[in-house]
Design a protein around this ligand. Structure first.
Ligand SMILES: Nc1nc2c(ncn2[C@@H]2O[C@H](COP(=O)(O)OP(=O)(O)O)[C@@H](O)[C@H]2O)c(=O)[nH]1
Ligand SMILES: [Mg+2]
Ligand SMILES: [Zn+2]
Length: 269
């Protein structure tokens, strides 16, 4: 692990570094990030979770653990706002469908959000995930709650236990390689690169404006409300969101919008 004046390189970062006696190396510079996934940490400070990814695979399970709709929506908005693609990935389909979860997912797929259904245990659907990853120019990362099966999916995609790490930099002053801390990026034999990530319980996207939320939340940008910049908040004049957006999706949107409003409120301290 390398440190740069207290600032950590995150998964996907491209860095300049040099070898140093007694340590793994010294990190000189984190190169500009093409895309980022950012959230607020527990203390309210902005934290970059990953950078330079093609996208995130939001791993979900319908039961054990149950689907948490608002969490996947936050990943969707944060990743899109940060310049990344998003694919929802319902794992554990071998356990059978669960009506509530399927309905929640359908609200989103109907608005164009891509969904893969897989089972890390039976291998069902993993071909489509391999294909997605093989076709990308940058790594994808598995994100989502603890227990949904991220590590199981990674292991299923690496049956040969090919842990050929992309994150280890082998040449002095070599720039443009991916480095990781804790998590690593794995090269798949079938092409492309994939990283695991630790599960997180809450996700408050960082650095978002109201407009970012409106623009990147599924279905909200295109609504024909009376005012073109309508934020679809409760009681908004001439807002058609309640008629056109499924209630649970609108609730999730409004909850995120309210949180962003709270986070971006000017303080007069
Ligand atoms: N039935 C079923 N269980 C799964 C599947 N994938 C993972 N699990 C189980 O879910 C639990 C959590 O898996 P893990 O990969 O550690 O989840 P992570 O916390 O997201 O990395 C483990 O008990 C796995 O055996 C699946 O496709 N089907
Ligand atoms: Mg895990
Ligand atoms: Zn509206």
């Amino acid at each position: 692990m390398c440190f740069l004046s207290g600032k950590r390189a995150v998964i996907g970062d491209e860095v300049r570094w040099r070898t140093a006696k007694g340590t793994g190396g010294v990190l000189d510079e984190v190169l500009p990030r093409h895309s980022t996934l950012r959230r607020l940490d527990k203390t309210g400070r902005e934290q970059v979770l990953a950078s330079n990814l093609e996208g995130v695979v939001v791993v979900l399970s319908a039961t054990s653990p149950p689907l948490v709709p608002w969490l996947m929506d936050r990943y969707l908005v944060a990743a899109h706002a940060g310049g990344m693609r998003v694919v929802l990935c319902l794992n554990k389909v071998d356990l059978g469908p669960e009506d509530n979860a399927m309905e929640e997912l359908q609200h989103r797929t109907a608005l164009g959000v891509p969904l893969l259904s897989v089972s890390a245990h039976t291998g069902e659907g993993l071909g489509a995930l391999r294909q997605l990853i093989a076709g990308a120019r940058a790594p994808w990362a598995l994100v989502g709650m603890s227990g949904v099966g991220k590590t199981s999916i990674l292991a299923a995609l690496l049956p040969e236990l090919d842990v050929g790490p992309v994150g280890e930099i082998s040449e002095y002053w070599e720039a443009g390689k991916h480095t990781t801390t804790g998590s690593r990026i794995f090269a798949l034999k079938t092409g492309g690169e994939l990283a695991d990530s630790p599960g997180i319980r809450s996700f408050v996207p960082a650095g978002l404006s109201h407009e970012d939320v409106r623009r990147h939340f599924p279905g909200m940008a295109e609504l024909p409300c009376r005012y073109r910049d309508c934020l679809h908040r409760p009681g908004e004049d001439g807002c058609v969101a309640p008629e056109q957006i499924a209630e649970p999706l609108l609730d999730s949107y409004r909850r995120l919008m309210a949180e962003v409003e709270e986070a971006t409120k000017p303080s007069y301290a």
